[in-house]
Design a protein around this ligand. Structure first.
Ligand code: GLU
Length: 299
């Protein structure tokens, strides 16, 4: 009889700030899920944003998690060391004719929305709250594309979502779904449909970085053989994009366990940018790991 493959979970923070209580909850969630399933727990450093990630934040992640009593497998995968893997995936999507170069500046996008007659207030937003991309530069003729390249203009690679979804459904032999073993923001669970069109033509890479969050996460979860993706419900809709990429790139389908987000007394989500108290600050201020567990409602 073949030996059962053990489950693998991961905690995948981005070192662009100090970890806060929400991260502690997410890390404990991934870790305890691995224990519950008799599986393995990985830590991954998602440092593709070279401009915002800093070495002291990486060290902060190791220090905070060690202090909390978590252990993980070595070596830790750092995304900045694996750009070749993402580049290969990007090339594959390009070869399939599903990606295009988009030279639009923020201002061009704003102007196009303004000129559409729909107006900013009524223009649809993607699940991250950004205006849906209005499709500029989508069908550039090769001469114009050449000219922009020669000018050295900066650009992003966007996934042509309509084409990508159609191709993925063709490969899949029907509509794509995912298995939610945790809970979506509205209590969704079980086998669920995807709705990647809500993101429109997402950015999958940039001129100077051959990847984006969506592409790197999808490729890494497959390379690291992650079988159960655990993360906050804020990333629930990102799963729609990841499933499309998995099918297109021929990668295995993990299960998903999204968890609810830690909120402050006013119901506001914690975030690094909002200057919420960091674990480091609490740790240096004399808090104990038990205090942290208590603050985030864990026994
Ligand atoms: N790196 C992402 C973050 O810090 C999480 C990625 C994931 O769990 O899919 O928000």
């Amino acid at each position: 009889m073949p030996s059962p493959v053990s489950d693998v979970t991961r905690f995948a923070p981005s070192p662009n700030g100090w970890l806060h209580l929400g991260h502690a909850f997410s890390a404990f969630f991934a870790h305890s899920t691995a224990i519950e399933l008799g599986g393995r727990f990985l830590l991954r450093i998602e440092d593709i944003d070279i401009g915002r990630c800093r070495p002291e934040y990486v060290q902060g992640i190791y220090d905070d998690l060690t202090w909390l009593g978590l252990t993980w497998e070595m070596p830790v995968r750092r995304q900045s060391e694996h750009f070749a893997d993402y580049d290969a995936a990007l090339k594959r999507l390009r070869t399939m004719g599903l990606a295009y170069q988009c030279f639009a500046t923020r201002k061009e996008i704003t102007d196009a929305i303004e000129a559409s007659g729909i107006g900013h207030a009524r223009w649809p937003l993607d699940p991250d709250g950004a205006p849906l991309y209005p499709g500029l530069y989508k069908d550039l003729d090769p001469t114009e594309l050449n000219r922009l390249m020669w000018e050295g203009r900066t650009y992003a690679w966007r996934l042509d979502m309509e084409k990508a979804l159609a191709k993925a459904e063709e490969i899949n032999g029907g509509p794509i779904t995912f298995l939610e073993e945790g809970e979506g923001p509205r209590g969704q669970k079980g086998r669920l449909p995807i709705d990647p069109m809500r993101y429109g033509d997402v950015i999958i890479a940039r001129k100077d970085v051959p990847t984006s969050y969506h592409l790197a996460v999808t490729v890494d979860d497959a390379i690291q053989k992650v079988t159960v993706v655990t993360r906050g419900q804020d990333l629930f809709p990102a799963t729609y994009v990841h499933r499309v990429l998995q099918v297109l790139l021929g990668l295995p389908e993990p299960r998903y366990r999204h968890h609810s987000l830690i909120r402050d007394e006013t119901g506001r989500r914690l975030s690094k940018t909002a200057k919420d108290q960091g674990l480091r600050e609490l740790r240096l201020g004399g808090a104990t790991p038990a205090d942290i567990r208590h603050l985030i409602g864990l026994p």
